[in-house]
Design a protein around this ligand. Structure first.
Ligand code: BGC
Length: 762
């Protein structure tokens, strides 16, 4: 990147700049100048670049260099949050969304958009789940990569965050996530890994928390060994805002840029460490070079200086399209939806949220919208001549006086009496869900549930529209609803998008990217969330989300991958072909999907893999492929998904690497994790795993070993030990004894020295 032009036409020659910078200037470059700007070096013409949140809209605070600015920023389009866009299961849509975000960033002078967030939804209580995609790493990784591609196509960088194991807000700046390596590799790292490998985000943002005791910002295993050496990451690692404890230790671990400014503390620490010889200048240079490359990249993209414009109306329309494709129709008994604008009888809309929409979650991802559409206005337009009555039904404030609560409820009942359909918009108020703290339960405000019950008693049919950043329990009130629409946090155009789905202008095609459990008590992290005494133990290991509910055969309210449409689809003719076998298998899955209903619609075909013969514990099934297809009524298409080695592999806890184990795998194709329509088996040669055997391995392992087994037989043949190990009843118990202990038993024909030398020879 050396010799790349800056916006004013001058060259930013990274190599020569590195040679001309003083140590003091270098140390300063490793930290921000203020809240959003990197440090400039005017003497050498190194400009500052601006970074901003992220992830679902640009929050550019131009004249704000500290906390005083609050969260207000220059207006930008507030797109749906990740919880919503994940439900679209649509990589093309995410890429288009990324392009729009990139254009707006450029127009607002932002060089790096701080997102997307690909942390796993370990517990539905996490206050920041709305900013994350899924409980499944495959889905999160694919969607995030598409978003990153879209943004970066515009010459604007992204920041893949929060690396890693940042799955709660409680004690987020210090808690230690106690996670075993296999769980990290299979659940908490793969989304990061995929995005890094496929899209090379300009920056990766380290998490606030510690992992197994080590701050993510100072963890050489995470930031260098895994991220760079294994995954081949080439970009810059930035800290989460305030995540650095000791900049010298962070630089040594591979953290390049501390944000925001630490007021000189970080710079002084680096200088001190270099003077003391605990940090080398070469280590400092490595990070400075990455900072310079980032600045150079931003100049090439032209984001910082060139500015630009964007078509606000087109982006608002895109926000509406993305929002409508993110809505999940959970329930639709008797086809109550879509509402017919030409139908008879009044539609009653109940719920303050329909008039005062909640467009996003609280905290750093908050966007100052360019405008906001509300459901009340939009549904009125969509219904045309059909009568629409409205009652707020409840107050958004938790502490509304009892008489006001009663009055609002009575008004809603009066409005709903005799109505053909009541659309009741329920949801979590802003203060219930935010960055910085977690929820304590999964309930809706009781005030709202009471209104639903009262309205359901007088209206013929009831449609519930939900607004929430992460799942709520539906069982306490589900019986009152004929249809339920999960709309998450849909951004500034959400009102129109919901109206589009309610009247059928858009056929819903969203699918759950997170399980809706029956009750919080069923959740895998129960008892291990949010931890205590500064640590949180990931005791459920691999079993987060559907992996847990499947393994425990638990009923759920709505399973992972679930979502209805106004049409229907049939699956047929599954063909599963091994394209390449061996340690790196490739398998092609192909099937036909037919739209068997009356309307055009989109289906999300989901491919799960189950390892039927595994030498380690494996989840029942795991998502390894998906495709979203649009089909006219009666139309059919052949869908293909290619599965690579990773689709079958697990992280071996002893060998400490990925392996595809020889054996039978099931390929399950369906419309949700619990609606498997087609199934096939595939045999893979994989690897015949041989675990290292030593003197402390069991007799079972020795006897099974191709070389040590026969040798051991020679030594014990005809002895009491052989009789003991081969005994039809007690032999199994005996074979579980480590060889060294057997060697020490009285009368043993085996000697410890022999064991050691046999192992040495092998
Ligand atoms: C959040 C990041 C965000 C940063 C800057 C932090 O508190 O965790 O996601 O990008 O602030 O606002």
């Amino acid at each position: 990147m050396s010799g790349t032009p800056t916006s004013d036409g001058a060259a930013l020659d990274v190599t020569s700049l590195l040679a001309r910078l003083t140590l003091e200037e270098k140390a300063a470059l490793l930290g921000g100048a203020d809240f959003w700007l990197t440090t400039p070096v005017e003497r050498l013409g190194i400009p500052a670049i601006m970074v901003s949140d992220g992830p679902h809209g640009v929050r550019a605070q131009h004249d704000v260099s500290d906390f005083d600015g609050g969260l207000e920023a220059a207006p930008a389009v507030a797109f749906p949050a990740a919880a919503a866009t994940a439900s679209s299961w649509d990589v093309d849509l995410l890429q288009r969304l990324g392009r729009a975000l990139g254009e707006e960033s450029r127009a607002l002078g932002v060089s790096v958009l701080l997102g997307p967030g690909v942390n796993m939804k370990r517990s539905p209580l996490c206050g920041r789940n709305f900013e994350y995609f899924s409980e499944d790493p495959f889905l999160a990784g694919r969607l995030a990569a598409a978003l990153v591609d879209g943004v970066q196509e515009q010459g604007v960088g992204t920041s893949l965050k929060h690396f890693a194991a940042n799955n709660q807000e409680t004690d987020r700046m210090s808690v230690s996530a106690e996670v075993d390596e296999r769980t990290l590799r299979e659940i908490y790292l793969p989304a990061f890994e995929h995005v890094v490998r496929s899209s090379q985000p300009w920056t990766v943002m380290c998490a606030y928390n510690r992992i197994n005791g080590v701050f993510a910002s100072q963890d050489p295993w995470l930031l260098t060994q895994v991220l760079r050496d294994e995954w081949g990451y080439e970009g810059l690692v930035v800290s989460d805002w305030g995540a650095v404890y000791d900049r010298a230790a962070a630089v040594a671990a591979g953290l390049d840029l501390e944000m925001p400014s630490s007021g000189g503390v970080g710079t002084a620490r680096v200088l001190e460490a270099v003077a003391a010889g605990t940090l080398t200048e070469a280590e400092v240079d490595r990070c400075v070079e990455r900072v310079l490359r980032l600045v150079a990249r931003a100049q090439v993209g032209g984001a910082a200086a060139e500015g630009g414009t964007y078509d606000e109306a087109a982006h608002h329309a895109l926000a509406r399209e993305v929002a409508a494709d993110s809505v999940v129709l959970l329930e639709n008994e008797g086809g109550v939806l879509p509402l017919d604008p030409a139908g008879t009888g009044a539609v009653v809309l109940v719920g303050e949220l329909a008039r005062t929409p909640r467009i996003g979650g609280g905290g750093s991802s908050q966007v100052t919208p360019t405008r906001v559409d509300d459901l009340l206005t939009e549904l009125g337009t969509a219904l045309g001549e059909r009568e629409l009555r409205f009652a707020p039904g409840y107050a958004l404030a938790d502490d509304a006086p009892a008489d006001e609560v009663a009055r609002l409820r009575d008004e809603a009942v009066a409005a709903a009496r005799g109505a053909a359909v009541a659309v009741v918009h329920l949801g979590l108020p802003d203060s219930w869900e935010s960055e910085g703290y977690d929820r304590e339960h999964l309930h809706l405000p009781p005030q709202q549930v009471a209104v639903l019950e009262a309205v359901a008693a007088v209206a013929e049919r009831v449609v519930v529209v939900l607004t929430n950043g992460s799942v709520v329990e539906v069982e306490p009130w589900r019986r009152h609803a004929d249809a339920v629409l999960e709309t998450w946090l849909l951004g500034q155009a959400g009102g129109g998008a919901i109206a589009d789905v309610l009247v059928g202008a858009v056929n819903p095609s969203g699918r759950l990217a997170e399980t809706m459990p029956v009750a919080l008590e069923d959740n895998p992290a129960l008892g291990n969330f949010p931890g205590e005494g500064g640590t949180v133990r990931y005791g459920e290991r691999l079993l987060i989300g559907y992996r847990w509910y499947d393994a425990h055969a638990l009923a759920v309210s709505y399973p992972f991958g679930h979502g209805l449409t106004y049409t229907s689809f049939a699956y047929s003719d599954l063909a599963v072909d091994v394209l390449q076998d061996g340690a790196e298998p490739r398998v092609r899955v192909a099937l036909t999907v037919t739209n068997t209903g009356e309307r055009a619609g989109k289906e999300v075909v989901q491919v799960y893999v189950a390892d039927e013969q595994a030498s380690v514990f494996r989840p029942e099934q795991e998502l390894k492929g998906f495709v979203k297809v649009a089909l006219e009524p009666g139309a059919a298409t052949r869908v293909e998904v290619e599965l690579d080695a990773r689709a079958f592999a697990f992280w071996h806890p002893v060998l400490r690497r990925w392996t595809v184990e020889r054996g039978t795998f099931a390929v399950l194709v369906g419309a949700s994790s619990r609606d498997v329509r087609l199934r096939a088996e595939v045999q893979l040669a994989g690897e015949a795993l041989e675990l290292p055997v030593d003197a402390d391995s069991t007799a079972e392992a020795w006897l099974a070993h191709p070389v040590l087994g026969p040798r051991l037989r020679e030594v014990i043949d005809g002895t009491g030990h052989a009789a003991m190990l081969d005994h039809p009843e007690s032999g199994r118990m005996m074979r579980a004894i480590p060889m060294r202990r057997l060697a020490r038993f009285p009368g043993s024909p085996i000697r410890e020295e022999w064991l050691e030398s046999a192992v040495q020879e092998v």
